[in-house]
Design a protein around this ligand. Structure first.
Ligand code: ZN
Length: 176
């Protein structure tokens, strides 16, 4: 098992809304395995498919003791507000205090195609919302207020990571 390269700020795949997974088959299972490996190696607590260049609607996460994959997720309901310091594997080296709903109720599918429901709050709820944003093509900098966002984007452009835009064929995992 090998890890996948994680796409970083400025890569268009991160700002493009992902498409639903049509068939939950062996290719998806293989992708999910590699995403877990990549997330653990980073290390991180969540990883969306488009962060490894696959523009499909699925993410993996692990709040500490429970590695979970969610396919074709939708947020059913949210409640309350909670401010928490958030970082992102695609924006390495930065973190910001971000206000989001505290409780989240999410519905999606597991690798067997069974519908799953997740109702969580605080840290785990934050991970889910962060990953949902990725699937909609939204990076955490978009959740900052106007002034913070301008500052963050200037900072990120100055420290611009050299991007490798060569197609690596990973998109073929699901599109081929
Ligand atoms: Zn992220």
């Amino acid at each position: 098992m090998t890890t996948l390269p994680i796409r970083v700020f400025g890569d268009p795949v991160l700002s493009t809304p992902t498409r639903p997974v049509d068939d939950i088959d062996g290719r998806v299972a293989n992708l999910v395995e590699r995403m877990f490996e990549t997330m653990r190696a980073a290390p991180g607590v969540g990883l969306a498919a488009n962060q490894v260049g696959i523009s499909r609607r699925l993410f993996v996460y692990d709040p500490g003791d429970r590695p979970t994959v969610v396919i074709n997720p939708t947020i059913v309901a949210t409640d309350g507000m909670w401010e928490y310091e958030e970082g992102c594997l695609s924006v390495p080296g930065y973190s910001w205090s971000i206000l989001r709903p505290n409780e989240v109720h999410l519905r999606g599918y597991d690798l067997e195609g069974n519908e799953i429901e997740i109702e969580v709050d605080e840290f785990e709820g934050r991970i889910l919302q962060h990953e949902m944003d990725h699937l909609d093509g939204i990076l955490l900098v978009e959740r900052l207020d106007d002034r913070q966002r301008r500052e963050a984007k200037r900072m990120l452009r100055q420290g611009a990571v050299q991007l490798d835009r060569d197609p690596d064929g990973l998109g073929q995992l699901l599109d081929g």
